[in-house]
Design a protein around this ligand. Structure first.
Ligand SMILES: Nc1ncnc2c1ncn2[C@@H]1O[C@H](COP(=O)(O)OP(=O)(O)O)[C@@H](O)[C@H]1O
Ligand SMILES: [Mg+2]
Length: 278
């Protein structure tokens, strides 16, 4: 995978006939392109295995993630997408959603002397997108600000590669090994520390959304640990619930605190969060 410039798999080129294509992201086993063709504009995700480095063990599952996400999209009843296999792993494409993500959208709120408060409506859009998934009986597993795209009509929740809630074919499935630690609920962090794996839940999604709203509105992580702390040390801090004494501004403050409750049972459901905001 190293050396030559990345290319889209042939099957994807055949299906989308790109007139323009742009590599959006290429990191840790996953490439994402924005592709435009006669059929419309699509996000193309291409997975490949990660070889072991000094910091990372080998991660063959990244090759499976796009196909896994494809099967989740299918289960959830989406129609305009496809997925399949290529030489080094799997791929999928799905409609491209235009708009900033939550972190970009709230950038003006994070300036030191900013008097701009985050809009409740932006938060509500994210809540509604997650509520839609929860209503279908699924948990997302990887909630973070970059996964909410705030479009002109609605907010889209992307990256369903780790979602749980229905059958995923064994050949494309892999265990959940946690997500970005900043957004990991204490019970997830503890489970990953002790067993290497965890079970995504709707309660953990609510925690992760609380942490996402907090960091997007204030620039602060919910939990206190050093920027350069090794991952297990970060997870220890999360598992021990070392909450930073920082509050989201305005009416988000109390609500985000509740979403970040240490015990999953103390957190509001996503529907309760929605009610509180509307
Ligand atoms: N459907 C989409 N519409 C718009 N942007 C997307 C879409 N899918 C992915 N992206 C962009 O690509 C980035 C990475 O995609 P993501 O689905 O999170 O894959 P991964 O985390 O595996 O790299 C996103 O943060 C977003 O900027
Ligand atoms: Mg992602």
């Amino acid at each position: 995978m190293s050396g030559s410039p990345p290319e889209l798999p042939l099957v994807v080129l055949d299906a989308l006939m790109p007139t323009t294509q742009r590599l959006v992201a290429n990191r840790r086993g996953s490439m994402v392109w924005e592709v435009e063709g006669d059929r419309g504009r699509y996000a193309v995700k291409v997975g490949y295995p990660i070889e072991a480095t000094a910091d990372w063990p080998a991660q063959p599952w990244t090759a499976l993630a796009p196909a896994r996400e494809g099967t989740v999209l299918h289960r959830l009843g989406f129609d305009d997408f496809a997925y399949g296999e290529w030489d080094h792993g799997t791929w999928n494409f799905q409609p491209w959603h235009e708009g900033p993500d939550l972190y970009q959208l709230w950038e003006p709120c994070r300036n030191r002397d900013s008097l701009i408060e985050p809009h409740t409506n932006d938060a509500l859009g994210c809540v509604e997108a997650l509520a839609e998934l929860h209503a279908k009986g699924w948990a997302h597993g990887d909630i973070q600000p970059a996964h909410f795209i705030i479009g002109p009509e609605r907010t889209h929740l992307i990256d369903l590669a780790l979602a749980r809630g229905g059958l995923v074919p064994q050949g494309y499935d892999f265990p959940f090994r946690g997500c970005l630690v900043h957004y990991e609920a204490p019970e997830i962090a503890r489970s990953v520390l002790t067993t290497g794996e965890a079970e995504p839940t709707q309660e953990a999604d609510v925690y992760a959304l609380g942490a996402s709203l907090l960091i997007s509105a204030t620039g602060w992580r919910a939990v206190e640990y050093a920027d350069d702390a090794p991952r297990p040390v970060q997870r220890e801090a999360v598992a021990n619930g070392k909450r930073r004494p920082v509050k989201a501004p305005g009416e988000l403050g109390e609500l985000v605190d509740a979403m970040l409750s240490y015990s999953p049972g103390d957190r509001p459901t996503i529907y309760e969060v929605g009610k509180a905001l509307s």
